[in-house]
Design a protein around this ligand. Sequence first.
Ligand SMILES: [Zn+2]
Length: 198
Amino acid sequence: MNHGGTIPFIGFAMIVRYALKCDTCGQPHTVRIGMGHDETQVHRFPCRECSEEIVVRMDLNHDEVSWAVKCVENCTEIGEVGGAPIVNVDAIFAIPPEQQGLDTVFPRFAYLHDMYKAAERAGSVVDVATLPAGALNRRPYRPPDYAAEWKLLGRAWSLAQRGNVVLSEKRIGEASAKLYPNDPWKTSRIGCGGSRCS
Ligand SMILES: [Zn+2]
């Protein structure tokens, strides 16, 4: 089953509702999913009736600013059932235990407020009104997708571990050009301790 849509910007503020039933016991649930920054986020939780594990996945396409939620294990998408247990999950922020199961809570907003205040203190707040259209969906303003970055850099790490520095650095250079075009990586930043690094 598949449930998705498009939005103007994939950001911190998005919480998606997804209704499903447990395939083991039939119990309906309403899952409130806090969007993250990775291409895929997987959430596991015990059925609120029979305690068997339920697994859902959200796929995010940052280029097309679209998303889709799918049942992965032990669940089937349904229409939302009033009064069904609420399950709050979030890709980035912890759900305070006292807010789990509640429908109209948005704990991520409290965390975001704290993050904004920290950014203010650090002088790193960006006025989005001054950015070109669509800039928030692109680097460097789009939040980092560490899982996607690791796909690129994990191979560089493994190449370097085996002593294949040339291929490793080629890999890092390609990843840097793709992910951080405004702040390109230079070979001399890593491994410099001798005269060959200038
Ligand atoms: Zn169940």
